[in-house]
Ligand binder design. Structure first.
Ligand code: T3D
Length: 258
C-alpha cells in the first residue's frame, strides 16, 4: 500500500513507514492520521511483519500538528483522543519493535511520536523541540510521560518548559534517544537494526516491551510477578525451543517469531 501523506511498504519482515508531507516538515493533517492509523492496523494484524521502521521524507522528521489554516478547531482534548492518542497507544502496545530513524527536526507531537518508539536513532543534524509551550499548549502524545521516564525530572522540565531545540547529540547524551549518527549513516544504521530485530524472537521481544513499560509504574514485587507471568508465556514459545536446540547443537538459531 502506498498513500500520499504516508508511504507504507513491506521489505521482507520489516514494514517501513515514511511520513510524507515534506513541504510542511511532515506535520500531520486530518488525512495523515487516517493513513498512519490504517498502516499501523495492517501491521498489527499481520504477524509476518516482525519489525517496524519509521522515518520522515525531506529535511524534517515531523513538526507535529499541522498549524496551517489555524490548526486544530473544536475541543483540543477530543482532537487528541481522535488523532494522536490512538497512534500513541498502538505504537506502545504493538507487540513488535519499532525503530525510528529521525532524519531531521522533530517538534511538538512529532518529537513525542519519535520518543514512543522502542529504538530512536537520529541524524546528528536533527533536533528535538517540545514546541507546545511556544504556542501556549501543554505536552501531549505521551511526552509528559515518556520524557520524565527517559531523562529524569530536571531535564524533562527543561525540555518541556523551555521549548528549545535539543540537538540530537545532546538528546543521546541525556538518554532521550539511543544514539546520534551522521545523516549519511542514518538509514544504513537504523535499517540494519530493524532487520536484525525482525530476525529475533518476536514473541519474546513483544513481552520484553511490556516489561519495560510495566517497570515505569510497577513496584519491584509487581514487576517480579509480571516477569514470572510473561516468562511462563515465553517458555512455551517455539522460539525458546529453537534457541535452546541451537545452543545445544552449537549452531545459529533460526527464529520464526512464534
Ligand atoms: O489538541 C491537539 O491535538 C493539539 C495538538 C498539538 C500537537 C502539536 O504538535 S502542537 C505543536 C505543533 N508544532 C509546532 O508548534 C512546531 C512549529 N514549527 C516550528 O517551530 C519550526 O517549523 C521547526 C522548529 C519545527 C523547524 O524550524 P525551521 O526553521 O527548520 O523550519 P521552518 O522554516 O519554520 O518550517 C519549514 C516550513 O514548514 C515552513 O513553511 P514555508 O514557510 O516554507 O512555506 C513552515 O511554515 C512549515 N511548518 C513547520 N511546522 C509546521 C509547518 N506548517 C504547518 N504546521 C507545522 N506544525
Amino acid at each position: 500500500m502506498s498513500q500520499d501523506s504516508i508511504l507504507f511498504e513491506r521489505r521482507d519482515a520489516v514494514a517501513r513507514i515514511t511520513l510524507n508531507r515534506p513541504d510542511v516538515l511532515n506535520s500531520f493533517n486530518h488525512e495523515m492520521f487516517g493513513h498512519l492509523g490504517a498502516a499501523l492496523a495492517e501491521i498489527k494484524a499481520d504477524r509476518s511483519i516482525r519489525a517496524v521502521y519509521l522515518t520522515g521524507a525531506g529535511r524534517g522528521f515531523c513538526a507535529g500538528q499541522d498549524l496551517g489554516g489555524g490548526g486544530v478547531t473544536g475541543d483540543f482534548g477530543d482532537h487528541l483522543e481522535e488523532s494522536w492518542n490512538p497512534i500513541s497507544r498502538t505504537i506502545r502496545t504493538l507487540d513488535r519493535p519499532v525503530v525510528c530513524a529521525v532524519n531531521g527536526v522533530a517538534a511538538g507531537a512529532g518529537a513525542n511520536l519519535a520518543l514512543l518508539c522502542d529504538f530512536v536513532i537520529a541524524a546528528e543534524e536533527a533536533s528535538f523541540v517540545q514546541a507546545f509551550i511556544n504556542i501556549g499548549l501543554v505536552p501531549d502524545t505521551g511526552g509528559s510521560w515518556t520524557l520524565p521516564h527517559l531523562v529524569g525530572r530536571a531535564r524533562a522540565s527543561a525540555a518541556l518548559m523551555l521549548g528549545e531545540k535539543i540537538p540530537a547529540k545532546q538528546a543521546a547524551e541525556w538518554g532521550m534517544i539511543l544514539k546520534a549518527v551522521p545523516l549519511a549513516m542514518l538509514e544504513t544504521e537504523a535499517w540494519a537494526l530493524a532487520t536484525k530485530l525482525a530476525g529475533m524472537p518476536t514473541f519474546a521481544l513483544g513481552l520484553t516491551k511490556q516489561l519495560i513499560d510495566g517497570a515505569a509504574t510497577n513496584t519491584f514485587e509487581q514487576q517480579l510477578l509480571l516477569e514470572a507471568d510473561l516468562q511462563t508465556a515465553a517458555g512455551k514459545s517455539a522460539d525458546h525451543q529453537e534457541g535452546v536446540a541451537a545452543f545445544k547443537e552449537k549452531r545459529k538459531p533460526r527464529f520464526t517469531g512464534k
